[in-house]
Write a protein that binds this ligand. Structure first.
Ligand SMILES: N[C@@H](CCC(=O)N[C@@H](CS)C(=O)NCC(=O)O)C(=O)O
Length: 209
């Protein structure tokens, strides 16, 4: 069946595809959803591997443009559909911090949390991302006294890094530091966050405890 809209999001329930879904909801652009159920191994099927050879979700297509890796998807969508609003323009001073937090999300925070969850805490100088306490310090100091990563301005970086923080707090991979908890509350109260969560996180996963 032909796609109805220009953008197609390939997602799986209860996965990192939530981030791209949330951003699409924030941007208010129409999009089609194709489910690639990772619990059934759909992500390793040949047709999907042609789109994303890593066999992971999310992936998006927008006309002839194909993008995978959540931060790249967020950067693309925000520049394309939220340039000057959810994405600071190239010559705005906030652009630098915006790009940094986008990359920080999966280059620093995610791998650190995965290792920390497995009780592997490497000395900060041996990794590209620093040690756990340093990273928590960077996050809390950066958000202290600010509503969002760019101060009062909500941006796609909050969707990207905020998704990682929100999921990590839920899984108790981050400490319940008041700065992180307040930031998370601001994010999770957003209507777009709820629409994406309702669409991508089946309720039974929450009630399972
Ligand atoms: N670096 C990727 C990570 C994506 C990822 O790990 N997705 C998981 C779901 S949360 C996945 O597709 N796992 C299926 C698999 O590895 O087989 C991104 O940021 O988009």
């Amino acid at each position: 069946m032909a796609a109805k809209w220009g953008i197609t999001l390939y997602h799986s329930p209860a996965s990192r595809a939530f981030t791209a879904y949330w951003l699409l909801e924030e941007l208010g652009v129409p999009f089609d959803v194709q489910t690639v159920d990772i619990s059934k191994g759909d992500q390793k099927k040949p047709d999907y591997l042609k789109l994303n050879p890593s066999g992971k979700v999310p992936t998006i297509t927008d006309g002839k443009v194909l993008v995978s890796e959540n931060p790249a998807i967020c950067l693309y969508l925000a520049d394309r559909y939220g340039y000057g609003s959810l994405a600071p323009k190239i010559d705005e001073t906030e652009r630098g911090a915006y790009l940094k937090w986008m990359v920080y999300s999966t280059a620093v925070l995610e791998p650190l949390l995965v290792l920390h969850g497995k009780k592997i805490d490497l000395p900060g100088r041996e990794t590209g991302f620093g040690d756990y306490d340093e990273v928590i310090g960077v996050l809390t100091k950066s958000l202290q006294g600010h509503k969002y990563l760019l101060g009062d301005r909500f941006s796609a970086a909050d969707v990207m890094l905020g998704s990682v923080i929100s999921t990590a707090l839920y899984r108790k991979e981050l400490p319940e530091h008041p700065v992180l908890m307040d930031y998370n509350a601001r994010l999770t109260h957003r209507e777009a966050y709820h629409r994406a969560a309702d669409a991508t996180w089946p309720p039974h996963l929450f009630s399972a405890g």
